[in-house]
Design a protein around this ligand. Structure first.
Ligand code: 5GP
Length: 112
């Protein structure tokens, strides 16, 4: 069971902001911005680069959910960033697909 499956199963506590049939969103334990959320599919796809055609609707749902949460968190006007880390060079540390939603301050580009 991945760490995020344990959060979904309520075996590990998290500040959950959204849950539906397909995904869950909760606050990152180590926030890198005033708002830092993770949107996670309930299906434990390890990382974006191994998602399959079968996951097309799910991936669309995750992005639409990110947009919905960003609006609820009042990030739309000032802006926000959406990040998916894949593998060691991408900075992935949890092998269960997750989308970072970061906002609440200006974010630099390019990333480090
Ligand atoms: P990654 O580095 O794989 O893209 O992102 C994993 C994220 O999960 C990190 O930002 C990290 O802070 C977060 N994280 C790791 N363990 C926990 C946890 O137990 N609870 C929560 N809410 N976030 C976690």
């Amino acid at each position: 069971m991945t760490l995020f499956e344990k959060i979904i199963a309520r075996q590990i506590p998290a500040e959950i902001l959204h849950e539906d049939e397909h995904c869950i969103a909760f606050r990152d334990i180590s926030p890198q911005a005033p708002v830092h959320l993770l949107v996670v599919p309930k299906k434990p796809i390890p990382r974006i680069g191994v998602a399959a055609l079968d996951d097309q609707a799910l991936l669309g749902h995750l992005l639409l959910t990110v947009g919905e949460i960003a609006r609820k968190e009042n990030l739309s006007e000032a802006g926000f960033r959406v990040v998916i880390n894949h593998g060691p060079h991408g900075g992935e540390t949890v092998p269960h697909l997750h989308i970072h939603l970061l906002g609440g301050r200006p974010l630099e580009w390019p990333p480090g």
